[in-house]
Write a protein that binds this ligand. Structure first.
Ligand SMILES: Cc1cc2nc3c(=O)[nH]c(=O)nc-3n(C[C@H](O)[C@H](O)[C@H](O)COP(=O)(O)OP(=O)(O)OC[C@H]3O[C@@H](n4cnc5c(N)ncnc54)[C@H](O)[C@@H]3O)c2cc1C
Length: 480
């Protein structure tokens, strides 16, 4: 039995799926997004290095090269419309011995071929002038003036909120388990419901091969490639200005030392091919590798600087490129498969292209009511005292600080739940407000966050999860 019908179903609520949904909502189409996890931004878009890549790295002529540069150039307008923090702090790819210098020259040439503007090669003295904490071994560097950083979770949630505002319906906890052709369209099955649609957009990240292979004989294979990180305290936000890369290897861009827009510093990621698409463990060997790599860039890295460690899984396609577009043997089924790095940078451009392809195929007219603007949740920690006083007089919940490390107030947490596609669990609050992301890593704020979630969602504390099913905090009352 079909539960509901749509013109378009987007599968996967990562940055690419949410961008595609938002761009599709510019057209007069009835759109739904199905996400298997309890919340959007559950895959690669949650755990990455958050770099807006300049576009010098991808092989010329590939979709990665095309979408990297095109996406990079859209960040000012997209982040402006969606109120998402980003910063053009530049990237430096550094050689640490004369042997590595030729790779810097190669990357420069590749960047020129890819059309990257304003690339420069700088010498030891200029590197040291710009980055006094970098190793004295720094020899030569590619200065990528169009390199930047962005908050990946806010970009994803902002795209989702704006898509929802423009009419997209989001279904979370809705894993797609089967797809079949029926009545000039598709039927998409989840364990609880079946949906009919005219077109499908596959943005399922690590699982985009499995979704693609449900409809096509031209099989894809996505291999998980794990990246492990250490996260360094905000105290060291000023240690480096640019994102510092080492020369790349066959496995990827190597270990970075990269500040985030929130002031923490990422060390990593490693690159390990694994077989299990759910294995997000960090390992002693992986973290040692990340640390050793980071010390090559930052020899005086303080031993007590870390606040946590984590890993992310890249969706590496064995075809070594993004797969974007309509599938030849499955008309009206569109792929955004194998979107590994630089996928965060590319997402705005992939979203626009996918939406155009689908709209053209369905002869859709523009949505005259489309509103591109989304305002973020006010960030109390970043406001002047005058602005804080104003907010508190409007809403006293702004005076109640719940997360002390990140100065996140009760008003922000409540708003994160009340917004379209709002938070439904503790990690959802974390990615939307930063509550729990600071030095104590949620040690103090979790009980109060749970109480607020329970009040706002009208559910008992015992049902609330950290993220996925099985991550409950509260099992019952010991006393009244
Ligand atoms: C370690 C690491 C570092 C990176 N660093 C950078 C960087 O600095 N800069 C950059 O540009 N890019 C970077 N990337 C790449 C970037 O993060 C990804 O390309 C981007 O997030 C991909 O977004 P996505 O929406 O395609 O996939 P995802 O974010 O993985 O989203 C896919 C979604 O589909 C859902 N899904 C899966 N199966 C199903 C199903 N059956 N039914 C319904 N939903 C389903 C998943 O739950 C998930 O939410 C990095 C990636 C990693 C892992």
């Amino acid at each position: 039995m079909i539960d509901s019908s749509y013109d378009v179903i987007v599968i996967g609520g990562g940055v690419v799926g949410c961008a595609a949904a938002r761009e599709l909502s510019r057209y007069d189409l009835n759109i739904a997004l199905l996400e298997k996890s309890t919340d959007i931004c559950a895959g690669q878009s949650r755990a990455n290095t958050a770099i807006i890549h300049g576009g010098y790295d991808a092989k010329p002529g590939t979709r990665k090269a095309y979408y990297n540069l095109k996406g990079n150039m859209m960040f000012d307008s997209v982040c402006g419309e969606l109120d998402v923090p980003h910063e053009w702090n530049t990237s430096l790819v550094v050689s640490f011995s004369p042997d590595e210098d030729s790779q810097i020259d190669e990357l420069y040439q590749r960047g020129i071929q890819n059309g990257v503007p304003n690339l420069e090669i700088i010498d030891h003295d200029e590197i040291m002038r710009r980055e006094p904490n970098i190793s004295e071994q720094a020899h030569k560097a590619l200065l990528v003036n169009n390199g930047g950083i962005v908050c990946p979770y806010e970009l994803t949630t902002a795209y989702a909120e704006n898509a929802a505002k423009n009419g997209v319906t989001f279904f979370r906890s809705s894993p797609v388990i089967a797809i079949r052709k029926e009545n000039e369209g598709w039927v998409v099955d989840t364990p609880e419901k079946s949906y009919h649609c005219k077109a499908i957009v596959n943005c399922a990240g690590l699982y985009s091969d499995e979704i693609h292979n449900m409809v096509s004989e031209d099989k894809l294979e996505i291999k998980p490639r794990r990246g492990q990180y250490y996260l360094v305290d905000k105290k060291y936000a000023k240690a480096f200005n640019a994102a510092i890369f080492q020369v790349p290897t066959v496995m990827g861009k190597g270990i970075l030392v990269a500040r985030t827009v929130d002031g923490t510093v990422l060390l990593g990621p490693t690159a390990e091919d694994i077989n299990d698409k759910t294995d997000k463990r960090t390992t002693a060997a992986g973290l040692a590798n990340a640390l050793e790599g980071a010390r090559k860039t930052w020899p005086n890295l303080p031993g007590r600087a870390f606040i946590t460690e984590f890993s992310g899984l890249r969706a590496h396609c064995t075809r070594n490129d993004f797969i974007i577009g309509e599938v030849t043997d499955a008309p009206l089924f569109f792929d955004a498969a194998g979107v590994e790095s630089p996928g965060l940078t590319s997402a705005p451009a992939i979203g626009v292209d996918l939406a155009k392809m689908v709209a053209e195929a369905l002869h859709a007219s523009p949505n005259t009511k489309f509103d591109p603007i989304r305002k973020g949740i006010p960030k109390f920690r970043e406001l002047s005292n005058e602005k804080r006083a104003e907010l508190v007089s409007e809403n006293p919940d702004f005076a109640k600080v719940i997360c002390r490390c990140e100065t996140v107030t009760e008003a922000e947490i409540r708003e994160a739940i009340r917004r379209p596609v709002g938070a439904v669990n503790v990690d959802g609050i974390k990615i939307r407000t930063r509550a729990g992301m600071g030095r104590c890593q949620a040690g103090f704020c979790t009980p109060r966050v749970l109480e607020i979630l329970s009040e706002e969602l009208g559910v008992p504390l015992e049902t609330l999860q950290k993220s996925e099913a099985g991550s409950r905090y509260v099992y019952g009352k010991i006393f009244d």
